[in-house]
Design a protein around this ligand. Structure first.
Ligand SMILES: *[C@@H]1O[C@H](CO)[C@@H](O)[C@H](O)[C@H]1NC(C)=O
Ligand SMILES: *[C@@H]1O[C@H](CO)[C@@H](O)[C@H](O)[C@H]1NC(C)=O
Ligand SMILES: *[C@@H]1O[C@H](CO)[C@@H](O)[C@H](O)[C@H]1NC(C)=O
Ligand SMILES: *[C@@H]1O[C@H](CO)[C@@H](O)[C@H](O)[C@H]1NC(C)=O
Ligand SMILES: *[C@@H]1O[C@H](CO)[C@@H](O)[C@H](O)[C@H]1NC(C)=O
Ligand SMILES: *[C@@H]1O[C@H](CO)[C@@H](O)[C@H](O)[C@H]1NC(C)=O
Length: 630
């Protein structure tokens, strides 16, 4: 009853004001036309990505986690209002949400009048499988943030005089928030924050509280350009989707954010272990940066920040827009995900200040670069101008976040020295991402042991992982010899266009369950390496890689008495006999590994030395290949 009354009044308002349906009726009503707040930009003038103003004391404002931003009422209100307004801007405006999203992939049109190179106009400007992956996305996000900053500051001026100053002060320090997908949910909250879940929200603003479209839920096309989105079923969808269930309704399936939250949080332990290894073992910038590096440059380290970031695209989209490279940037989650990715990049840079880009060929074609083109730190990051004179940002110019006028609490050198920042980071990385790795489990056992020694309740040096009772019977000596232990990793290599779109390699101890849709939750599952691949179009045999750490699963086998320790003598035969894998295609069906072009799976191990002090990450030996699974 209530619901239908609500909908009726919404329709009534829209028709009385002669507004086009839906989109405008869901934009916050300031009482003045949107064009007076954000005048339309002509495509004739160049858009320059600049540096946002510092605080009055000269320091740069921080990009905050979304849950921190929610607590800052003024900034939060203006963030939601600005994103809602941004999404309502005319799709012909080069500074509209639509056009800025369109830089990354479809509609494969020039932006800022930066033209494609011959043979490349069937791609977006974004650089994937490229050493430019981390730094290209930095000015891209800065452009998005700059437009948000402009709108936030405009909205601040619309508040009534008694509160306007408060909002204007808050607006000055506005920066894009990130969503920390590598952190466990705070007590009592969902992992994927509920602010993304509802299609409509009650939002407070300069003209009171109104029911508006939630700009974090989706982007609504106005209109949908079917030429740009020719794919079934995406060509039907007038707004971006997450985990759409097309069995129920192919044309307008609702998003299922609960499913996104569950799918992603089930991947969290793998994400954390991969990050822990990335931060402690990867010292070379090219190896850190892209999933194309390992094969192109013969590195024994097959993970990368790009490959880890892919997990969020695949499980955050669950066959919605985020899952497809050229469509992903239309989902508003893209920007909070990529801001988090940029934060990881900034953290890694702070730990490895002298590591930097070595020239390397682009593996995939992008709008202004054919595959095979050598890229380096001075390659223009198109289409982002740094100045009116037509020069572009480069990785060298974008190397520190402060160049764009933002920082992160974890990397901010205005409060702590660079060395203190490094030590704090190492301590935090062990704490945040090391919890379920051997190092974290040992630390917990040791602190538990101190308590136990005092109260003499339990035998000493037992693991004490509350979350993982499978490990509670394990003893530290079974894993560590002095300060050393052996880490085990599954490494996956495939052709960049191996299948039609994304897929995943799942690993098991024992046989895979017969039904591939049960693989994600299989009790004997170790985890998976999701591959955010391109469609088979050119038959490219360029290679990409990703990894899955196996050590925690092996420690569970030690606890069960299947293997005595982590040494190669014990683990290698065990894995040879018991480790299996399966390939799950984008529609959850099983694919024979023979059909996956370029598939190669090798298990490696490395000797890890744990540091003496808590503010130092473990050090790694060069990984050694132990057995070839495929
Ligand atoms: C505020 O919003 C209402 C509709 O919710 C609209 O009628 C009015 O014009 C807006 N502006 C002001 C100043 O009230
Ligand atoms: C790409 O360029 C070719 C040749 O110039 C042209 O026929 C085609 O329409 C272009 N495609 C797009 C998406 O602009
Ligand atoms: C999609 O909907 C169908 C029909 O209602 C249901 O059987 C199926 O379990 C749903 N799929 C998912 C992944 O929720
Ligand atoms: C990828 O390929 C599949 C199967 O050929 C096709 O259905 C789908 O539309 C393609 N998607 C994209 C984004 O090209
Ligand atoms: C670029 O990609 C095409 C098509 O996949 C491939 O045939 C060609 O060898 C690649 N060129 C280079 C230099 O990698
Ligand atoms: C394979 O796993 C089983 C069950 O965990 C175990 O009993 C067996 O010893 C393993 N095989 C080898 C060769 O280690």
């Amino acid at each position: 009853m209530l619901l239908s009354v609500g909908r009726l009044s919404l329709l009534l308002t829209a028709s009385l004001l002669f507004l086009p349906p839906l989109i405008l009726s869901q934009t916050y009503n300031y009482g003045i036309p949107i064009r007076e707040i954000a005048p339309r930009r002509s495509s004739a003038s160049r858009v320059v990505v600049g540096r946002l103003p510092s605080r009055e004391d000269g320091t740069v404002p921080l990009r905050l986690e979304i849950r921190e931003l929610i607590r800052l009422t003024e900034q939060w209100d203006m963030f939601i209002l600005a994103l809602n307004l941004f999404q309502a801007l005319d799709q012909d405006d080069p500074l509209s949400y639509y056009q800025i999203a369109g830089i990354h992939g479809v509609p494969f049109q020039p932006w800022n009048d930066v033209q494609p190179v011959a043979g490349a106009n069937n791609s977006g400007y974004c650089t994937h499988s490229s050493v430019l992956f981390p730094m290209w996305h930095r000015p891209y996000l800065a452009l998005f943030e700059q437009q948000m900053y402009f709108l936030v500051n405009k909205i601040a001026t619309l508040y009534p005089p008694d509160v306007r100053q408060r909002y204007q002060r808050a607006a000055r320090n506005f920066r894009m928030p990130y969503w920390d997908w590598a952190a466990r949910a705070p007590e009592g909250e969902t992992y994927f924050p509920e602010v993304f879940w509802n299609a409509q929200i009650d939002q407070n603003g300069p003209n009171g509280t109104q029911k508006i479209k939630n700009p974090l839920y989706s982007y609504q096309f106005h209109p949908l350009d079917e030429k740009a989105f020719p794919w079934t079923p995406l060509k039907y969808w007038t707004e971006t989707k997450r985990a759409p269930n097309t069995t129920k309704d192919i044309r307008a399936p609702p998003s299922n954010n609960r499913q996104v939250s569950e799918a992603l949080s089930s991947r969290l332990p793998d994400i954390q272990r991969r990050l822990f290894i990335l931060f402690s073992s990867y010292k070379d910038y090219n190896a850190f940066s892209s999933k194309a590096n390992a094969i192109a440059q013969g590195s024994s380290r097959w993970d990368s920040v790009e490959s880890i970031h892919d997990v969020i695209h695949i499980y955050g989209g669950l066959r919605g827009h985020l899952t497809y490279v050229p469509l992903s940037s239309f989902d508003p989650l893209f920007y909070l995900h990529h801001t988090m990715t940029d934060r990881i990049i900034a953290m890694w840079q702070a730990l490895n200040p002298s590591a930097w880009i070595e020239p390397m060929a682009a593996i995939e074609t992008s709008y202004t670069t054919l595959n095979g083109t050598i890229q380096d730190s001075s390659t223009p990051l198109t289409p982002f101008y740094i100045s009116d004179d037509g020069s572009f940002w480069t990785s060298d110019l974008a190397r520190v976040p402060e160049a764009f006028g933002y920082s992160y609490a974890d990397t901010d050198v205005s409060v702590y020295s660079a060395d203190e920042v490094r030590r704090n980071l190492a301590r935090n990385i062990i704490d945040w991402y090391g919890q379920t790795s051997a190092v974290g489990i040992r630390n917990q056992a040791q602190s538990r042991q101190q308590v136990d020694d005092a109260s003499a309740h339990r035998p000493p040096s037992r693991w004490a992982m509350e979350e993982n009772s499978d490990l509670s019977d394990l003893h530290v000596e079974q894993v560590f010899k002095d300060n050393h232990y052996t880490e085990w990793i599954a490494n996956v290599q495939v052709n960049v266009e191996a299948l039609d779109g994304q897929f995943a390699i799942h690993f098991f101890l024992g046989q895979p369950p017969p039904n591939s849709w049960e693989w994600r939750t299989a009790p004997n599952g170790v985890g998976d390496v999701p591959i955010f691949a391109m469609n088979r179009s050119t038959g490219s045999d360029a290679k990409i890689t990703g990894t899955l750490p196996l050590t925690t699963a092996l420690m569970e086998r030690i606890a069960q008495g299947d293997i005595p320790d982590l040494s190669p003598e014990m683990v290698e035969p065990y894995l040879r006999a018991n480790l299996s894998f399966g390939v799950r295609a984008s529609d959850d069906t099983q694919v024979s590994p023979q059909e996956v072009d370029g598939l190669y799976i090798v298990i490696s191990s490395a000797d890890v030395t744990v540091a003496e002090t808590e503010d130092e990450l473990p050090s790694w030996s060069e990984p050694v290949s132990r057995l070839t699974l495929w």
